[in-house]
Design a protein around this ligand. Structure first.
Ligand SMILES: *Cc1c(COP(=O)(O)O)cnc(C)c1O
Length: 220
């Protein structure tokens, strides 16, 4: 199927409250333009340089989401235009985003990445650390960032019960934190293989790559 057909297929089944981030990492601008011409305006990338290059080449009414792990020393390169940073996993990183956002007179929306997977390889903070951060004075002093929700990545496994439990954990963590932080709105969870399950568990934002653009080839 074409990129346009894939997009239409996915969108036809999405509830209204769920936002689709088209994950375009490794894909050429021509593929992204196909999605753009089919109406897609939100793209997710996991490498800052690649996102910058695509941002420069493409129309300017696109929202660019950084969905990958962010190195602090690279925040300055995307601070001018990034719409949402999904993978914030430390106060230090948040402070740097705040500093760079301030340089550009912006407020940058961020999600706290919660570690929901058992695997050691997945980044993220504990629910407790997120709660502590959101209650801290240091956090309340950061005026150029806004935490608008949480992000999580489930374990890479065929065991859908486990994935479901991990999504539910993110959903519960969100509900608890929202009691003290009413501005939390976004639950970013679900990818090509598990987004339907994620939506059933409360996701409001799915990050879908291969089901739109086809399998990725990391060698070119
Ligand atoms: C690559 C990636 C996705 C998309 O994965 P697909 O399985 O291709 O849909 C989603 N989220 C993150 C953080 C990613 O790095």
């Amino acid at each position: 199927m074409s990129i346009k057909a894939n997009l239409e297929h996915i969108k036809s089944k999405l509830p209204k409250h769920v936002t689709l981030v088209a994950v375009s990492k490794t894909k050429p601008v021509s593929d992204l333009m196909e999605a753009y011409n089919a109406g897609q305006r939100i793209f997710g990338e996991n490498k800052i340089q690649e996102m910058i290059d695509k941002h420069e080449e493409m129309p300017k009414d696109i929202e660019w989401h950084m969905i990958g792990h962010v190195q602090r020393n690279k925040v300055k390169y995307m601070a001018k235009f990034v719409s949402l940073i999904h993978g914030v996993d430390s106060f230090k990183l948040l402070k740097e985003i705040n500093k760079q956002a301030k340089n550009h007179n912006r407020v940058i929306d961020c999600l706290l990445q919660i570690k929901i997977a058992e695997e050691d390889s997945k980044f993220g903070m504990s629910a407790n650390d997120a709660s502590t951060l959101l209650k801290s004075n240091e956090f309340s002093e950061l005026k150029n960032i806004k935490i608008v929700g949480l992000m999580g990545m489930a374990t890479f496994t065929d065991n859908s019960k486990q994935i479901e439990n991990e999504f539910k954990f993110l959903n519960n963590t969100f509900s608890e934190l929202k009691n003290t932080n009413a501005e939390l709105k976004v639950k970013s969870m679900g990818m090509s293989g598990d987004y339907q399950l994620a939506i059933a568990c409360g996701s409001t934002m799915i990050r879908v790559g291969s089901s739109i653009f086809g399998v990725r080839n990391y060698n070119n």
